[in-house]
Unconditional design. Sequence first.
Length: 210
Amino acid sequence: MLSLNRIIYFIFFCFATVFIVTLSFRPYPGDFIIKAIPVLSLAFLAFLKIPGIKGKLLGIGFLFSDLGDILLELDRSAYFVFGLAAFLIAHIFYITVFIRKPVLKKPRSIIVFVIIAYGLVLGSILIPHLGSMMIPVVAYLIVILAMGISAALGSNNHLLIIAGACLFIASDSIIAVNKFLMPVPFSSLWIMTIYYSAQCCIISGALKSR
């Protein structure tokens, strides 16, 4: 008999695969539902399998990520700022989970340095092209970098959590470059594949960190 974890992971991978395979057919009826189900399933896994406040905070973070997914899928142009805000709130919840018992050891301090350096370079490239979107995008960049740093610093965080945070930064970087700098070939494929991988790493790492 399959465990609940395996059933939820099966749902996650099935719907994530369906959405990625059908990227070229968007928009189609219910595409936002297909997109949302993978991370929604991870939210249920967090609520059900990670005890205490940690599971609740992480689950809420997944739900806000899902809200961002839905808003961006419904109308990326009209709801971009609202989607950005939803993901920003999600990262704040992730930070509250990741930052517990911070410690600055050498391997993790290197990761922190790389994240900060990467953020400074990306920000310096993006800022001249942001126009009226400067404040929300820079605010989001700061928060997602803080999320990555908190993942690296939290002493109880499994390496999968750090990998997931870094993948999340990579996915959103492609979105930013594609939107504000230049078209990225197969951007939707790269963004969604890396994004789903990031969320899967985060929940898997959280389950192992128990």
